[in-house]
Structures are given as C-alpha cells and as structure tokens.
Design a protein around this ligand. Structure first.
Ligand SMILES: Cc1ncc(C[n+]2csc(CCOP(=O)(O)OP(=O)(O)O)c2C)c(N)n1
Ligand SMILES: [Mg+2]
Length: 272
C-alpha cells in the first residue's frame, strides 16, 4: 500500500517561509510532509515546471447575501464555492448582512443554514404526502417537492428526474410507495443513462394502504388493496385472512433496471 494518498512531484512550492523545488505529500486530507524523492502516493501528479501554491482565501465575497430590500445574490453557497474551487480558492469568508432588528447571532445562524445541504425531497401519492406534511422539516424553499394537487401516482421517480435535471447540484431523494412504483419506475433507466443520481426510498407496505385505511375510516372494509391472488372469483376484503400473496419483489425489479439496491426492514437498517 502507498504511504501517502497523493504526492505532487517536482513542483516549485511556495510556502509561508520560502520558495523551494520539492515534492508535497498528502495523507488523510492534510499536507503530511514536503521534501525530495518522497515515498509513493496512491495518486501522483507531476508538477515539473509548475507552481504549487496553497489554496486561496477570499475574505471579501457576497454569497446568498440578502439586501435590506430582500434581494438575494444569484450565487448561492453551492455555485459560489464550486466556482471558487475551480479558480483555486479553497476558503471563502462571505459577508453576513445584518439588517435592522436582527441580532448578530441570528444573522450568523441564518447564513450557516444557507450554507448547509440543499437536498430535495420528492413525493406525490399514497400515505406519505400526508405524513411528510406533518413530519418533514425542510431547510430550503426548494427542498420540498411534493405533488399535492392531483396526488398523481407514478409522478415520483419521473418527477425526481426532472428535479435533478433542473438542479443537478442538489441531492434528490424520491420517496415512493410500492403502488406508485408499480405505476411508473422506468425512469430509473433514464436516470442511469443520463448519469443523474437519484436516491429512491421505496416504502413497500405491500399494497395500496392509504386507500384501505380510507375505506376503513368510512366504516367499510378495504377491497383489493393488497397484492393477493384472486380466489373463488374474488379478491376478497382486506380483513380476510390470507397467505395467498403475490410474489412481488420490487427491490429485485429496481435492481434489474440497474439500480444499486439496499434492502432495509427495520429502522436501524434504514439509518445504517
Ligand atoms: C394515477 C392515480 N391513480 C389512482 C390514485 C388513487 N390512489 C391514491 S394513493 C393510492 C395507493 C398508493 O399506493 P402506494 O404507492 O403503495 O402508497 P400507500 O397507499 O401504500 O402509502 C391510490 C390508488 C392516484 N392518486 N393516482
Ligand atoms: Mg403501499
């Protein structure tokens, strides 16, 4: 195994004290040593004839800054820091504008929040939109994409792909029930084809549970909301005992479309 993760060889290295020609070795994300003919790295860069400089620090920038009139800079923390890194700036110190009535702590907390993750949650039909409405805490106005207008089953994965196309810099999490998944999951193939990463959380309760519970809330029994074989000409009502379930395996289906599948049956497995 190589001693270092990265060795940059033969560059002209500018340190705080000197300008020397040497190698720079990096281990676990930090500069481990400078010197001549250092041991091998897992990755090596030949910097002969080039300058090797520390990352720049931009101490004067305006990122996602809100003016007193409520206008916000177009560059958010993601786009600004990606642009900075491409230009060799690895640290930014943005302004945090304090407006009338705001405490300093409040302002700093707001900017820290703006610099946090910008994940998007996508969902549409079944029991989940109601549960998410009550339980999900979104951190960003564009972080919650749930289709409440038509409760359109099948929207989730295709919709998630659209979200990822519109905002490729954001992590997209699609929450989809088994019924919705059955209706439309083919865009998994498109997402792989286009290299657009989606994290799809398929919540499989083996049937149209929200519809069953809707029936029960009206004093009726659920009908046809479980994946069961038809017997004696009838699907039977949901409360009827049955061991006669269809051998549906949606995780295997997703895998067959090219998805990387992790199966979880307990909360601890979901967290892991
Ligand atoms: C296109 C479409 N057809 C029918 C419905 C009615 N409907 C709403 S939720 C649901 C069942 C959804 O099943 P699943 O995705 O497994 O979610 P669960 O109810 O189990 O949470 C149905 C049939 C709908 N919302 N959209
Ligand atoms: Mg279901």
């Amino acid at each position: 195994m190589s001693e270092y993760d990265l060795v940059i060889r033969n560059g002209t290295v500018a340190t705080a004290a000197d300008i020397v020609s040497c190698d720079v070795a990096i281990k676990d994300g930090v500069v481990a040593t400078l010197g001549k003919d250092l041991a091998g790295g897992t990755r090596e860069i030949d910097a002969t004839g080039r300058l090797v400089l520390p990352g720049g620090i931009d101490s004067h920038c305006h990122i996602e800054q809100r003016s007193s009139a409520g206008v916000v800079c177009a560059d958010d923390f993601y786009s600004a820091t990606v642009a900075a890194a491409f230009g060799g700036t690895t640290t930014v110190i943005p302004f945090a504008a304090q407006h009338r009535g705001q405490s300093l702590r409040q302002v700093v907390e707001e900017y820290h929040e703006a610099a946090g993750p910008k994940d998007v949650l996508v969902c549409a039909a079944g029991a989940m939109p109601g549960d998410l409405h009550k339980l999900w805490r979104t951190r960003d106005p564009k972080g919650y994409h749930v289709e409440y207008g038509y409760s359109c089953m099948g929207y989730e994965i295709a919709g998630g792909l659209g979200v990822k196309l519109a905002a490729p810099e954001r992590e997209v999490y699609v929450m989809v029930g088994d019924g919705s998944y059955l209706m439309l999951s083919s865009e998994i193939v498109t997402s792989i084809q286009e290299g657009l990463k989606l994290t799809i959380v398929l919540v499989d309760n083996r049937g149209y549970n929200s519809i069953g519970s809707l029936s029960r809330s009206l004093g009726l029994d659920g009908f046809g909301t479980l994946y069961r074989y038809r017997r004696n000409g009838s699907l039977g009502v949901d409360s009827e005992e049955s061991e006669d379930y269809l051998p549906v395996d949606l995780a295997a289906n997703a895998e067959s479309l090219g998805a990387k599948v992790i199966r979880a049956t307990t909360i601890d497995e979901v967290r892991a």
